[in-house]
Write a protein that binds this ligand. Structure first.
Ligand SMILES: CC(C)(COP(=O)(O)OP(=O)(O)OC[C@H]1O[C@@H](n2cnc3c(N)ncnc32)[C@H](O)[C@@H]1OP(=O)(O)O)[C@@H](O)C(=O)NCCC(=O)NCCS
Length: 267
């Protein structure tokens, strides 16, 4: 397995990230991962198809390696599957896992410095991606506005938008504690020169109000796009919600970039 060359700009320094590509032979990759962690798989996974076992083991491998970097004493913790399929991190840790098409990534941090993390990885959709997919993943006008602002082809934008929304879901879920769908968020801006996107939520979710916005980051690789969202402490509005909300780290790093709609120069 090879390290995936992720940009350091995807996450703040407090977040430990590990990402790998697992080669063309899934059986060999799975055997290698099982040798590294021979503990029994969680209930239900032992009988799952090989691809699911590989994805799970690859994600947990990345998570353990990331834990080794940020909390070495916890590196051998088991990370069970929660009631809503979420990873259950050791006390004091927040994190997120994604895997797709032989790639896996995990990002973790101490909860004292980071409120929440989302990460996702998606293979680029091709031009034949069905229109129905766009209808399922977008809200009215979302794709057209972003296509005009960026000049990207619809399939590329749809991939980014899909991944960005899954990242948003994973990041907010621990505080929302309920499923929310693709129509409950809108990607209102994509800034290729900065590698950032802005998402707003269309309905109230947990401690967040309708219209709240989040600035995430993305990186385009040959086969996949990787998206991330990190919430850090410090949102003054968060005081009312026990400061559980946090603010987007990318907005903190680039204060000028948080716009509600892409401007004419967005490229
Ligand atoms: C949960 C979901 C986002 C996972 O995405 P995916 O593309 O299927 O799979 P990924 O490889 O990217 O991520 C899988 C990992 O996500 C994590 N995950 C699963 N459910 C989760 C949840 N409720 N909260 C946080 N993380 C979760 C798990 O670690 C999982 O890996 P594992 O099963 O090996 O532990 C997706 O299946 C889903 O339900 N999407 C619909 C909800 C959504 O995205 N709404 C958009 C709101 S704008």
């Amino acid at each position: 397995m090879d390290r995936l060359p992720l940009a350091s700009s995807l996450f703040p320094p407090a977040v430990a990230v590990r990402a790998f590509r697992f080669g063309a032979d899934p059986a060999a990759a799975l055997a290698q991962l099982r040798a590294l962690d021979p503990r029994p798989l969680p209930d239900g996974l032992a009988r799952a198809v090989q691809q699911r076992r590989l994805d799970f083991c690859a994600g947990r491998y990345c998570a353990r390696e990331a834990l080794r970097a940020c909390a070495p004493a916890l590196a051998d913790s088991s990370i069970p599957i929660g009631a809503n399929r979420e990873p259950v991190w050791p006390a004091g840790i927040v994190g997120s896992i994604a895997h797709s098409c032989g790639h896996a990534v995990a990002a973790v941090a101490a909860a004292s410095g980071v409120r929440a993390i989302g990460v996702d990885i998606e293979p680029w959709l091709d031009e034949g991606a069905p229109a129905r997919l766009a209808a399922d993943l977008t809200v009215a006008g979302e794709l057209a506005v972003l296509a005009e602002a960026t000049g990207w082809p619809p399939s590329r934008l749809l991939t980014l938008l899909f991944s960005a929304k899954e990242t948003l879901f994973k990041c907010l879920f621990p505080q929302v504690q309920a499923y929310f769908g693709f129509q409950q968020a809108r990607i209102v801006g994509v800034w290729p020169e900065a590698g950032t996107f802005t998402a707003t939520i269309e309905t109230a979710l947990g401690p967040w109000a309708a219209g709240d916005s989040f600035v995430g980051r993305y990186q385009c690789l040959d086969a996949v796009v990787v998206t991330s969202l990190t919430l850090v402490p410090g949102d003054p509005e968060g005081a009312a919600a026990g400061n559980r909300k946090g603010r987007s780290w990318a907005a903190a790093a680039k204060p000028g970039i948080r716009r509600r709609r892409p401007g004419p120069s967005a490229g």
